[in-house]
Design a protein. Sequence first.
Lengths: 106, 342
Amino acid sequence: MAKITFIQHDGKEITANGTPGMTVMETAIKNQVQGIDADCGGACACATCHVYVEPDWLEKVGKRNPMEEDMLDFAFDVRENSRLSCQIKVSDALDGLRVKVPEKQF
Amino acid sequence: MSEVITTDVVIIGGGPCGLFAIFELGLLDIKCHVIDILDRPGGQCAELYPEKPIYDIPALPLVTGADLTTRLLEQAKPFKPEFHFNQMVTSLEKRGDNDFHLTTDGGLKFNCKVVVIAAGGGSFMPKKPPIPGIELYEGSSVFYSVKKMEALRDKDVLIIGGGDSALDWTNNLQPLARSMTLLHRRDEFRAAPDSVNKMRELVATGKMQLKIGQVIGLKGEGGVLSAATVKGADGTFSEVACNAMLPFFGLTMKLGPVADWGLGLTENLIAVDTEKFESNVPGIFAVGDINTYPGKLKLILSGFHEAALMAQQAFRYINPGERLTFQYTTSSSNLQKKLGVA
């Protein structure tokens, strides 16, 4: 189990237990985190699971893959720490991970 | 005013479940018209993941979205379905038992006995970037598609995006526009290399400018845009003067007019029974991702099953009093004749 904290746009924090192998997006959906839509269901085809990884975690989470980089063109307000949460796999190394959820996916 | 198209069934949505519904209805001699908002069949399989492999279609260990669409079209072909693309159904009215009237935003009118809603996640519509105040300019200075190029003649045009739509319109509108700026968040483009090269040439010869960054605000008055505030990749802010802005951020699915048809929605899905997959309005069915019932799984294979059962009840509505004999395509010469193989 890895604890993952989602910081919603309204400031509310939801800490969820992520199962290694699942994605951060799936963990968010399972725990009713507001602001993660995941329209395509995790196929990296829609950019509606956009999150901002808290800076201390950037290195551990790793870099965007090329397909994800392309999909981020469809997201709004893309920053250095932007990731698509369907492309981050939960692992024990990510225990304690904190990500911010944008006001809305679009 | 166009003439009213009269048919047995109108299928709303040309994704995998809509396409398979043509087949199941066709086996029962039921004629279909299919309406879709996209410009081609396949729904999400065509728009979201044409090249991505699907692994859970029975008997097809691996198939891409595009390939699945091609195969379903081939399977439906003997039944000569008629497709109406680039059309969104805007109204659905029940005038009597098995008497439905539909209209589309393109002015088409249909009269049918049965309606099958296979609209998946809803209608694909252009994504509207949540730039504060953008709605004040929509339709006057901000456009999500180009209907008439002439409308942009002598305008200061700002196009946003890095895909084919953005690049194609940049290249096509540049000769007409007074000035042309393409804005993208990075100096890499998903669009076809040809159009990227063409754009770069226009930039090199000073005919347009390319900016790297993202729009964060708009300036203007009375619905007329005067400039967009851009945050550059380096965090600095600048303004791009423009009186027309075209954001191309791809498409998103929105439920759209389906919500207004009195269909007893549950969390934006159409509640149906699991015997006939019929909504609370007799004669209106829902199959595939758009429906819900206890135990519903949003799988293409579930939509196929739903289409087969829906067709049984559709037959009863369209042929009242007639007996429906269950037949197999392997052994029935009648079915094989319809399929054009006997």
